[in-house]
Design a protein around this ligand. Structure first.
Ligand SMILES: Cc1ncc(C[n+]2csc(CCOP(=O)(O)OP(=O)(O)O)c2C)c(N)n1
Ligand SMILES: [Mg+2]
Length: 784
């Protein structure tokens, strides 16, 4: 058997196993709750040949692949054929602990490079992964002894409807994207139906506009041979002119329908009729289904010819549901074969009943196939995931005690780090969607420069035009300048934040953006966290405290996003010294990789590490005169400390998070005078405080009676009759739960409506979060 024949035979195995996996999950495995299991047989069939050609023939271990989410079953089947996926996982496809519905880096065990699920994100991720690979390899500290990988995306054609794909094309073009291969499964069907005519031309024009190499795989080898026969040119012309819906419908109806239609439209009683007559119905159906994306020979030839200097897109014509009874039907997205249909597919694959899962069942020469798989370039025994050493932190960088804002302090901390000759400073990569200067990254960039593949001087500097910014681009530069698209920021942070695992080099990515615009990139942020990428996110400025900017620039929900986003520890420091401590901790936390204990009672994040989000402000406030010590630093990281501790007679607690610290202090002074019966709780992280509380509750439910959380300990001595006022420049629910910890009566102050322009005092008064409002709320609780 030739290499092509072997891969074509393995394609059939991948097709069969993926379809059987879905059938088994839906129709054979007992269903205990009546909820549909699902899985995409037609979408999988569409990609079986493309993925088999890549994995069995073309890919190398250093390549990284994002698989179209709903082709997950084919991916798992291919890994199973390689011997890297267990039967148990396949039998439990979409079940608890089984192979995942959509390929998952964190949940699957069979070597997923790039998670997918939310369409379009995996596609764009490959572009940023490629940029990050280039970034690393441009650095003098990088180990470039291992080969460069290609970043590959296997793309559903409807994924191109997602705007983030175009945002990344533009960004990729700016940065000289290369070494990126996208294979579009051009089956002209999405979830709901068949796409508009003429889509191909639009797609081609778009990729051409961004300087991509375009390879169209329209006709398979069988079709190309038929075109050479007498009358073949007429057949080709018919195929070229056929509307998508007609082609799909005929694919569904099969050989006899093809013969009727073609005979009607181009049958000439001469050459074309003879061409058709030479083929049985089955052969005719095979010929018409032999589009480029299903032809192993064409796929291998074209993939192997691809260069790496430019990005390449393969537009591979396919049929959704190829080689199955679902082929071409417009409703086939969630459609599944009946038991009778899967049975006839089984027979056509020479798979015996009871041997459905056997890896090499039905193959002509199983031993040769097994050897072929063992020898496949992609199939190495070494792990394809890297482990990079951690980078030592350098301790908190304190930046003075005068009045300041957390955003200004952030810039100074980074500047202090930039001045050091440390690994930490070298491994930091900063990035920002066109808000580098306005989020105080400017001084860092002046010292550490912007990244570009080749040197570019700052023309303004050269022309001696005064500017605070030195905008010099160099391969050693450490700031990745992005356009405004926030999705790209999070995709870049995702790729940079996985570089230790993808490329074996540790990066410490820091991304800054205006806090409200987190929402603009939220799905990509979620996606980065789902992949367990590690980065530090700075949202600044935030809240109504940036006053004059008005409603659309004032974030309200972001602390709740920070709390609810899995994989992201969020903080909102009020003071510069807190920020210094948190940043130092964050650089360590981002690099942790302990194993989560499988104990429900545990809050494993402190062991496993994660990403960190800091919500900062541009409002300058007075700083407390104090020295940082270890107990205080520990409490800052745990999420709260007493700025003014309670006395036994405490009747009011004011708990604030972030920039309203001085309002809390003023209100406490106004209420308590010198009697010190008002305590002030400084919350640095509602997120970690809340997570610790939940973890302690779960632990106690599981029998650990000693378990206690930081917030429970802090509130333990507050008399029950005391009132609790919470205040934040954000949604009040962020801190509202504090009253439930020990059952204190609580008033929750915050911002629930879109902001206004005005002075800080105007807005604090308008939203009821200033000192006066806090005092009023506290007094109302005293009366109660
Ligand atoms: C962001 C997002 N929106 C919606 C979906 C639901 N969805 C999954 S696949 C799909 C259609 C995909 O069509 P296409 O990319 O052409 O793949 P095909 O099924 O044709 O292979 C949709 C709408 C999703 N997974 N992600
Ligand atoms: Mg499609």
């Amino acid at each position: 058997m030739t290499r092509i024949d072997t891969i074509a035979a393995l394609t059939k195995k991948a097709l069969w196993l993926s379809n059987w996996m879905i059938h088994h999950a839906n129709h054979i495995r007992p269903n205990t709750d009546g909820v549909k299991v699902g899985g995409h047989q037609a979408s999988s069939a569409s990609m079986a040949a493309i993925m088999s050609a890549l994995y069995f023939g073309v890919l190398k271990p250093e390549d990284r692949v994002a698989v179209k989410p709903h082709a997950s079953p084919v991916f798992h089947a291919i890994q199973y054929l390689f011997g890297k996926q267990t039967l148990e996982k396949l039998e439990n496809f979409r079940a608890f602990g089984g192979a995942q519905s959509y390929p998952s880096r964190t949940k699957d065990t069979d070597d997923v490079d790039i998670s997918t699920g939310s369409v379009g994100l995996g596609v764009a991720f490959t572009a940023f992964a490629s940029l990050i690979q280039d970034y690393i390899r441009a650095k003098s500290w990088a180990d470039t002894s291992h080969p460069e990988g290609r970043m590959v995306a296997l793309v559903g054609d409807a994924e191109l409807d997602e705007g983030n794909v175009y945002e990344c094309l533009l960004e990729g073009w700016k940065h000289g994207l290369r070494n990126t291969l996208w294979v579009i499964d051009y089956n002209r069907q999405s979830l709901d139906g068949v796409v508009r005519e003429g889509l191909y031309d639009r797609i081609e024009a778009i990729f051409r506009a961004f300087d991509w190499t375009i390879v169209t795989l329209k006709y398979g080898a069988l079709q190309r041979a038929a075109f050479e026969e007498p009358g073949g040119d007429r057949l080709k012309a018919w195929i070229d002119a056929a509307p998508n819906a007609i082609y799909s419908a005929l694919m569904f109806r099969g050989g006899a329908a093809w013969r009727d239609r073609l005979s009607d439209e181009i049958g000439d009683q001469g050459d074309v009729s003879a061409l058709l007559a030479r083929r049985s119905d089955a052969e005719l159906a095979e010929l018409m289904g032999n589009l480029g994306g299903h032809c192993t020979q064409s796929l291998i030839e074209q993939f192997e010819a691809a260069g790496s200097d430019r990005p390449t897109v393969f537009i591979a014509y396919t049929v959704k549901g190829w080689a199955t009874p679902l082929a071409g039907h417009k409703d086939n997205h969630a459609g599944q074969m009946t038991s009778a249909q899967i049975d006839s597919l089984r027979q056509s694959m020479n798979v015996r009943e009871g041997h459905e899962w056997d890896r090499f069942e039905g193959l002509e020469n199983p031993a040769a196939a097994e050897q072929f798989l063992a020898d496949a370039p992609f199939n190495t025994s070494a792990s394809r995931r890297h482990i990079a050493p951690t980078v030592a932190t350098i301790g908190p960088q304190f930046v003075g005690t005068g009045p300041t804002s957390t955003q200004t302090a952030f810039g100074k901390v980074l500047d202090a780090i930039a001045k050091t000759d440390s690994d930490l400073a070298r491994r930091i990569i900063t990035t920002s969607p066109d808000v580098t200067v306005s989020t105080n990254l400017g001084t860092w960039v002046n010292r550490r420069n912007l990244y570009a593949k080749s040197e570019m001087v700052d023309i303004f500097q050269k022309e001696a035009i005064p500017s605070a910014q030195k905008w010099r681009f160099t391969p050693e530069g450490q700031h990745l300048e992005l356009g405004i698209a926030e999705m790209n920021l999070f995709l870049a942070l995702g790729a940079a934040g996985l570089s230790h695992s993808l490329f074996g080099e540790r990066l410490l990515p820091i991304g800054t953006l205006y806090d409200p615009f987190i929402s603009r990139g939220l799905d990509a942020l979620n996606y980065a966290c789902y992949q367990d990428a590690r980065f530090l996110l700075i949202g600044t400025p935030s809240g109504v405290s940036l006053a004059g900017e008005g409603g659309a620039h004032q974030s309200i929900a972001s602390p709740l996003i920070g709390m609810s986003q899995d994989g992201l520890a969020s903080f909102e420091p009020a003071f510069a010294d807190e920020l210094s401590v948190i940043m130092d901790w964050a650089f360590d936390y981002m690099q942790r990789s302990g194993d989560a204990r499988p104990d429900l009672a545990d809050w494993p994040r402190d062991v496993t590490g994660g990403s960190v989000y800091l919500r900062l402000s541009t409002r300058t406030i007075e700083q407390p005169p104090r020295a940082m010590d270890t107990p205080l630093a520990d409490d800052i990281i745990r999420g709260a400390y007493w700025l003014k501790p309670p006395t036994p007679s405490c009747d009011t607690v004011i708990a604030y998070q972030g920039v309203l610290a001085n309002e809390a202090i003023a209100a406490a002074a106004a209420i308590g005078g010198d009697r010190r019966n008002v305590a002030i709780l400084a919350v640095t992280s509602a997120d970690r405080l809340n997570a610790g509380w939940h973890a302690a509750q779960r632990a106690r439910l599981h029998g650990d009676d000693e378990a206690s959380s930081h917030i429970e300990a802090l509130l333990a001595d507050i008399p029950h009759r005391a009132g609790l006022v919470t205040v934040i420049d954000a949604h009040p629910a962020t801190l509202g739960w504090l009253g439930s910890v020990r059952g204190h009566r609580t008033m929750t102050l915050g911002v629930e409506h879109f902001g206004q322009t005005g002075t800080v005092n105007d807005l604090y008064a308008h939203f009821g979060i200033g000192a006066q409002a806090i005092e009023t709320a506290a007094r109302s609780l005293m009366r109660g």
